[in-house]
Design a protein around this ligand. Structure first.
Ligand code: NAP
Length: 281
């Protein structure tokens, strides 16, 4: 039987309804959630991402500020701007769109954002909070993947989860979140000798590689949950994930499509972190 689709658009809509209700309650008390988005330079994909984030804020009743700067903005000027936003009581979340121009150190910029406003969850302190199980902001994409897995109703306790990819923003935090949910976790990467040996044992596979057809049907245990984070283009230029969707859906029990799976959840979890930040302040 083909896998059940995990619908990231429907789940996003449901969660955004809940976020809007929380935002309305805060606004009624005079504390409308506010997100500041900073874009430096002209990267076309980044322009689309920030536009979508700002629009999503409006849709759930947040106040948002989009600050666009020329690519030659100095690192010092950017850090000064972040310091101003850290002190602004109308702003509860600050996001600096990556990648930054080469002359700006992204680590310095991320660490300049107040931990209480680090709604991307990328700072060393937020990573440490995740690592130690403290309540901090979880990076939005893996946080969204957890919500997608939860939506299947499958309890992760005692399950074997395999994450493919070990980036600081997706793979590693994904592994930690799965561990926190009591899964037994394996993290694979480009030096993993035989990927299929690991994925064939997995009850849950999360693919976060950036290479299409990384996970094919012969690499998946029948009945596994498959979450596809990848964003790639096929030969016809169409958006596709890391998973051979047509093949794997015949083997898996649940699978996310691309588009319409993880993608919409990432912005939703940014909104979730921002409303949470406003509630905490
Ligand atoms: P990344 O920083 O490039 O990391 C990719 C990871 O994949 C690395 O850890 C790399 O291993 C591993 N890898 C590469 N080739 C491999 C192979 N043949 N077998 C096993 N592992 C391999 O990418 P990322 O930022 O984590 O993003 C991953 C994908 O998710 C990209 O397609 C990105 O566009 C997409 N993405 C989507 C969303 C969304 O909202 N839908 C959000 C974020 C990212 P090494 O560490 O050994 O190099």
């Amino acid at each position: 039987m083909p896998a059940q689709l995990i619908d990231g658009i429907a789940l996003s809509q449901k969660l955004r309804g809940e976020i809007a209700a929380r935002a309305a309650a805060l606004t009624a008390k005079g504390k409308q959630p506010g997100l500041a988005v900073i874009l430096v330079g002209e990267d076309p994909a980044s322009q689309v991402y920030v536009r979508n984030k700002v629009k999503a804020c409006g849709d759930v009743g947040f106040h948002s500020v989009l600050e666009k700067y020329e690519a030659d903005l100095s690192e010092a000027a950017l850090l000064a701007r972040i310091a101003k936003l850290n002190a602004d009581p109308a702003i509860h979340g600050i996001l600096v769109q990556m990648p930054l121009p080469k002359h700006i150190n992204p680590h310095k910029v991320i660490e300049a954002i107040s931990t209480t406003k680090d709604v991307d969850g990328y700072s060393v302190l937020s990573a440490g909070e995740l690592m130690t199980g403290l309540a901090g902001f979880r990076p939005c994409t893996p946080y969204g993947c957890m919500k997608l897995i939860e939506s299947t109703g499958v309890d992760l306790r005692g399950k074997h989860a395999v994450v493919i990819g070990r980036s600081n923003t997706v793979g590693k935090p994904m592994g930690l979140l799965l561990l926190q949910a009591n899964a037994t976790v394996t993290i694979c990467h480009s030096a993993t000798a035989d990927l299929g040996v690991h994925t064939r044992q997995a009850d849950v596979v999360v693919a976060a590689v950036g290479r299409r057809n990384t996970l094919t049907a012969d690499m998946v245990k029948p009945g596994a949950i498959v979450i596809d984070v990848g964003m790639n283009r096929d030969d016809a230029g169409k958006l596709c994930g890391d998973v051979d969707f047509a093949g794997v859906k015949e083997v898996a029990s649940h699978i996310t499509p691309v588009p319409g799976g993880v993608g919409p959840m990432t912005i939703t979890m940014l909104l979730m972190n921002t409303v949470e930040a406003a509630e905490r302040m």
